[in-house]
Design a protein. Structure first.
Length: 319
């Protein structure tokens, strides 16, 4: 394979050819870098896979787009995707190859696995979506990105982010301060996601103006959530009654995303998870989208996927 721009080829190869090593591991092909060429060795299938991945990464670099380790992993997972530059002014657009990007104020968010891609499509196609699977698969991150995109485009008037205020196996004891200070530690992952997509000053202003609301699940009772994009994170820690209460808050012009990992329940022993029950009751209901993630979809450090697989193989520990 010959590449016309040697500078881009250097970026493609990565520091000490680290990207090439990753592609070799994933495809089984052997890649040798000589000048502005890459030589591929191996069986026909391995060479074809490696060539597709290499061309995808190079096309991305030609567009002047960044290339992180996560982006390399994404191309390896979805080598058939057509990489095209986003059109000016678009917030979310589907391109040739059925490819999706979510554009927010601070960054462009791209699905990095087939399941993530199906999940993002479902978030914009359905009024109620469940994202189920292990930690690190981007369930909450993509849901918050979709919420920010919908808000920026004017499809909703506000964003509501919620989690059950359940301690993860530890007793934190009495927390000082007013109500916001007491619940903020539980909500911090949602603040982190928002700050990835919007400038910090804008986040603070929108929260002050109640256009973004971050609140524990218990605060949702008795409300009708209209014209809002609503995300319930860590939903495995909601009881059956809490889950039913939350789902029935859905109002006119609103969308809901429910995310959770049914193997990570922090509820007291013997208490049924509302997420497990909701999946059983609603899985065949028309208009409700379910996306299931596995360890293969983990987009954090590669070690996270190995840890999840090890616990799944052991099968004796829940949580």
């Amino acid at each position: 394979m010959e590449f016309p721009d040697n500078r881009l080829l250097i970026d493609l190869c990565g520091e000490l050819d680290s990207n090439l090593a990753k592609i070799e591991t994933a495809t089984g092909a052997e890649i040798t870098h000589v000048g502005n060429r890459l030589a591929l060795k191996g069986d026909a299938h391995a060479r074809k896979q490696a060539e597709t991945v290499l061309r995808g990464i190079y096309a991305r670099l030609e567009q002047g787009r960044p290339l992180t380790q996560g982006d390399v992993d994404a191309v390896i997972r979805m080598p058939e995707e057509v990489f095209e530059a986003p059109r000016e002014g678009d917030q979310i657009e589907m391109f040739r190859g059925d490819r999706i990007e979510i554009r927010t104020r601070k960054r462009v968010v791209e699905p990095r696995s087939t399941a993530q891609k199906a999940y993002v499509k479902s978030l914009f196609a359905n009024e109620l979506v469940f994202g189920l699977g292990p930690a690190g698969t981007g369930k909450t991150y993509l849901a918050v990105a979709a919420a920010v995109s919908a808000f920026i485009e004017g499809h909703v008037d506000r964003i509501i982010l919620s989690r059950p205020a359940v301690e993860a196996g530890e007793r934190l004891g009495f927390l000082p301060g007013d109500m916001k200070e007491k619940v903020d530690p539980y909500m911090q992952p949602l603040y982190d996601a928002l700050n990835d997509f919007l400038p910090a000053k804008q986040v603070a202003k929108l929260i002050e103006e109640k256009q973004i609301e971050i609140a524990p699940l218990a605060f949702m009772r008795g409300r009708t959530l209209a014209n809002a994009f609503v995300v319930l994170d860590e939903a495995q820690n909601a009881t059956t009654m809490q889950m039913k209460m939350f789902l029935t808050r859905l109002g006119e012009g609103s969308r809901m995303a429910i995310t959770g990992d049914m193997t990570q329940t922090d509820l007291p022993r013997g208490v049924m998870s509302g997420l497990v029950e909701a999946e059983r009751v609603l899985r065949n209901t028309e208009g409700i989208g379910f996306t299931r993630f596995t360890a293969e979809d983990v987009v954090r450090h590669p070690m996270v996927a190995k840890i999840i697989k090890a616990y799944e193989a052991d099968g004796r520990i829940n949580g």
